[in-house]
Design a protein around this ligand. Structure first.
Ligand SMILES: Nc1ncnc2c1ncn2[C@@H]1O[C@H](COP(=O)(O)OP(=O)(O)O)[C@@H](O)[C@H]1O
Ligand SMILES: [Mg+2]
Length: 436
């Protein structure tokens, strides 16, 4: 499954209308998802619908009398929970009534098919093609040290700096490596000493301040659990993000800082808290998808509620692989997790990128992956080893983020590193549907 422009929600009795809508979308090369399951209802069905909604940019509802008391209502509620744009298509006068399901649609602008259906189909197609939601890429591998954080940080910086995109990074690893690398201590020049003379500049470490004020992943998760069951409650996104560079409107690089205490969700949450965190976090990300061009979630390698949150909210999983003798094992385990344990992640498209191929000169790992079930997920470009990607303790991060990596500089870095990052970034953008 990949990304879809629209999810079509309809009642079985309206099959003929669905066919017309499909051909209208087909003519304009707009993709759609359509539920053809015989058995509706139940947890698995709901998870499948959530996943399909996550992969779709908008929900089209065929509104006729047939949708009253049907599964369409559940689909609308799930779409609203994920803050998905909804476009009702009115084929009869049901839209003017006051059925509960119609009330759910009140806030959405409907397209009227009652008079000139040809024009209405046209309007629907243009509304769908205008709908764009940011792809959400979770960098995940069940192994540490494979380059998840490095890839997240460099792709984010690339799309911001070189493609002028609005980028959000979410640090979802209790180790907070991404935040440590990017959220810089700031020099406070505002302090004035005796007689108004500038006192010595003091360095303010921003990261602890962000964490104390809940401007972090912990703040998001606490709010997620609080409002998960209040369908109308929205996140105030501005309360949780910190701008690293750029500004609104225009290109921006924002981060939701990490917090070590989110590990508690993995170890201490009850099943009901876990469910709330997953749903609430998906809503947060769903809201953010309207504000940014692309979103990256830097995950930790655990298999836990934390990973479920990040996987459920993602449209794509990006898995860096270091080509060593254990890498196939890691991939197989990942397949098991995303395919079986985490119903939430089933159908989330995975991309595999080889990182630091120095040890695999004969491309043994690449050819092994190419012969496995993962063959079509493996990206052709690789991220090469470069000291410009390496996190070094003695190097402070370039404050203006004019970097190749967070630690190097685009202009000064060697061609090979630049080319490799550019190739990976272009290929990933292509796969996730980001126009750069
Ligand atoms: N392509 C690369 N070139 C140079 N160093 C790299 C590269 N990829 C990762 N590293 C370094 O390897 C270490 C682990 O990478 P990291 O991104 O933190 O992995 P993960 O997030 O998967 O645990 C870091 O020190 C990082 O700087
Ligand atoms: Mg990491």
């Amino acid at each position: 499954m990949t990304r879809f422009s629209a999810f079509i929600s309809y009642s079985r009795e309206d099959g003929a209308l669905v066919d017309k809508l499909r051909s209208a979308l087909n003519t304009r090369e707009l993709s759609y998802w359509l539920d053809t399951a015989e058995i509706k209802g139940g947890d698995v069905w709901e998870a499948v619908i959530r996943r399909a909604l996550t992969q779709s940019d908008t929900l089209l509802v065929i509104v006729t009398k047939n949708i009253i008391d049907s599964f369409v209502e559940t689909e609308i509620r799930l779409a609203q929970d994920l803050r998905k744009p909804i476009i009702p298509l009115a084929f009869d006068d049901t839209i003017d009534g006051d059925a509960e399901i119609v009330r759910l649609l009140r806030r959405s602008h409907f397209i009227d098919f009652r008079r000139k259906p040809e024009i209405a189909f046209e309007d629907t197609a243009s509304a769908v093609s205008r709908a764009y939601l940011a792809p959400v890429v979770s960098t995940y591998n069940v192994k540490g040290g494979v380059g998840k954080t490095t890839v997240t940080m460099n792709l984010g910086a690339y799309y911001f700096k070189r493609s002028e995109k609005r980028v959000l990074l979410i640090d979802f690893d209790p180790q907070t490596n991404l935040s440590t690398a990017l959220v810089l201590p700031k020099i406070d020049r505002s302090k004035r000493g005796l007689f108004g003379i500038r006192s010595r500049q003091t360095r303010v470490d921003i990261l602890p301040t962000l964490q104390e004020t809940k401007r972090s992943a912990l703040g998001v998760l606490e709010e997620a659990m609080r409002i998960a069951d209040q369908s109308d409650a929205d996140f105030d996104i501005g309360k949780y993000v910190y701008t690293l560079d750029g500004g609104s409107p225009g290109p921006v690089l924002d981060i939701v800082a990490g917090h070590s205490l989110i590990r508690r969700l993995a170890t201490e949450a009850s099943q009901s808290q876990a469910g709330k965190a997953i749903r609430g976090f998906a809503r947060f990300v769903g809201q953010c998808r309207r504000e940014y061009d692309c979103i990256f979630i830097d995950m930790n390698p655990s298999i836990s509620v934390l990973s479920k949150c990040a996987l459920a909210a993602a449209t794509h999983i990006l898995s860096p692989v270091k080509p060593d003798m254990y890498s196939m094992q890691g991939l197989n385990l990942l397949e098991e997790i995303s395919g079986e344990t985490d119903v939430e992640a089933r159908g989330c498209e995975q991309l595999i990128v080889i990182n630091d191929p120095r040890e695999d000169k004969n491309q043994i790992v690449r050819s092994r992956i190419a012969q496995s079930a993962f063959a079509d997920r493996l990206l052709a470009p690789e991220l090469v080893y470069s000291r410009h990607f390496l996190a070094k303790p003695d190097r402070t991060v370039n404050p203006s983020l004019t970097f190749l990596a967070a630690y190097g500089n685009w202009g000064e870095s060697p061609n090979s590193a630049r080319r490799s990052l550019r190739n990976v970034a272009e290929e990933v953008a292509n796969k996730i549907g980001l126009h750069i």
